[in-house]
Design a protein around this ligand. Structure first.
Ligand code: C2G
Length: 132
């Protein structure tokens, strides 16, 4: 079984997230999502999420492409996750192009960056709603 992993905040879930998750799943048989906790989001990304971790987890677990959701609590956990879950491929949107290449050296995992879906982002949604 080919295992794939990706990470993110996935706040205010939208079709850009779904496009990423669908393509990530297509690269294997089992997709793990490292979901940023509320604390990690704030401390590491200075992002306040609209939905709590539990709500964002509930939404992700309802997606047919997602097989397992684990908490993302630090930038440093990826290598141990990849080893622990015997992951074959690490996938991220290409806004992260190159940022996680080190994982291939550290764990031997295949690292893939997929094209982001244009025009849609949680930030854009919030901005559009404020203009209404
Ligand atoms: N994404 C996308 N197209 C969009 C928006 C997001 O393909 N229009 C992808 C991002 O590239 C990312 C995933 O969806 O791979 C989740 O996006 P975010 O929730 O914004 O995640 P991010 O804040 O980038 O956190 O350790 C990695 C971080 O947790 C990633």
């Amino acid at each position: 079984m080919r295992r794939v992993i990706t990470y993110g905040t996935f706040d205010m879930l939208h079709y850009g997230h779904i496009n990423l998750l669908r393509r990530a799943k297509e690269r294997g048989d089992y997709l793990i999502v490292g979901l940023s906790t509320d604390e990690f989001n704030w401390e590491a990304k200075h992002k306040k999420t609209y939905f709590s971790y539990e709500k964002r987890k509930q939404l992700l677990e309802a997606i047919r492409y997602v097989d397992l959701v684990i908490p993302e609590e630090s930038w440093a956990q990826k290598s141990q996750d990849i080893i622990l879950y015997q992951v074959d491929e690490f996938v991220m949107g290409d806004d992260w192009q190159g940022k996680f290449d080190y994982l291939a050296d550290e764990t031997g995992v295949e690292v893939t960056y997929l094209e982001r879906t244009p025009e849609i982002s949680t930030t854009q949604i919030k901005a559009d709603l404020n203009d209404k």
